[in-house]
Design a protein around this ligand. Structure first.
Ligand SMILES: *[C@@H]1O[C@H](CO)[C@@H](O)[C@H](O)[C@H]1NC(C)=O
Length: 312
């Protein structure tokens, strides 16, 4: 009887310690730090444009997989780079954590205020979430911040201009060194749509709603009546910025832009399109920012421009 009691309490102690250790490890692991023992999945669709880069770009994840010491990896990996995203609650964004394991991420649900990370309102499509991230994390930014759409690939991702129209490929080949140097880069290199840009002062005024709304929005956003003749950048509001570039503006500017999105009477698609044509200006580029496509491809992705995408 005694012996079995002892055996039972010993077993209980062992179970208890396992639970405690697990709890401790779990608590080390907040929403952005991923456990080192989880192996990172490779893309289900590896493809020609990334296989060269993946070898070069992934030393950190192999360190992460084979080095059991958190202390060594923690400093290098977790606060170096982040993906910021806005999504509708029904959109599946599990691919981000599963396939881009060496990136932190912050995904704002825009239409569900009960979601753990959310915007207060579904306003301005992705714009409010992007700005909310900067406003909330201005003092604790990683060195590279990528603002990305929530679709991995497929038809909705047509504006991701690699052969598979795939955001995993894009991010895996992204040249973060270049982002550090340039401050801002559009993830799209193909110029159309977006370049040539809008002409906010066109006479007679165009019937394009965004162009029509633009001059007034510019005045409100930048506190200046000095509206540019032309504003343009490749479309689609997917871009990367460096921390240093974000910090070129005071925190109050981002709060100002955030409140503009929150309060503007413009329809959502128009407000989002205004910002789509303004991100590059917010992050330090000229009103017209249309880099040469081939050069852009090489700078941003480190690989030759896939001619198949640009032949038209
Ligand atoms: C615009 O002006 C307001 C009021 O002076 C100021 O609070 C805000 O930061 C300014 N915004 C920008 C982008 O300059």
């Amino acid at each position: 009887m005694r012996l079995s009691h002892r055996v039972a309490s010993a077993a209980l102690l062992i179970v208890l310690s396992i639970v405690l250790i697990k709890y401790h490890l779990d608590s080390l692991n907040n929403d952005s730090l991923r456990p080192f023992w989880r192996s990172s999945k490779k893309s289900k669709h590896p493809d020609i444009i990334t296989h060269v880069r993946t070898r070069i770009n992934f030393p950190k994840s192999s360190v992460l997989k084979t080095n059991p010491s958190r202390e060594k990896t923690e400093i290098i990996v977790p606060n170096d780079r982040i993906i910021v995203m806005a999504k509708l609650k029904d959109v599946d964004t599990n691919w981000v954590g599963a396939e881009l394991a060496e990136w932190k991420y912050k995904i704002y649900t825009v239409d569900d205020t009960l979601a753990p990370t959310h915007t207060p309102k579904n306003k301005g499509r992705e714009a409010l979430a992007y700005l909310q991230y900067i406003v909330d994390h201005y003092h604790d930014l990683p060195s590279t911040i990528v603002f990305l759409h929530p679709h991995r690939d497929g038809l909705d991702g047509w504006h991701t201009d690699n052969p598979a129209h795939n955001n995993v490929d894009s991010i895996r080949s992204l040249q973060t060194d270049y982002i550090q140097k340039a401050g801002f880069a559009n993830l799209r290199c193909k110029q159309a749509p977006g370049c040539p840009g809008l002409k906010p002062l066109r006479h007679p005024p165009s019937r394009k709603t965004v162009e029509n709304a633009f001059a007034n929005a510019w005045v409100e956003l930048f506190n200046t009546t000095n509206v540019p003749e032309e504003v343009g950048a490749p479309c689609c509001s997917q871009f990367a910025v460096s921390r240093d570039q974000v910090l070129q503006r005071p925190h109050s500017d981002y709060v100002w832009f955030y409140n503009w999105v929150l309060e503007t009477d413009l329809p959502d698609n128009v407000a989002a399109a205004v910002l789509e044509n303004t991100w590059h200006v917010i992050f330090g580029k000229d009103a017209v920012f249309c880099p040469d496509e081939a050069q852009c491809y090489e700078d941003v992705y480190g690989i030759p421009r896939p001619e198949s995408l640009f032949s038209t």
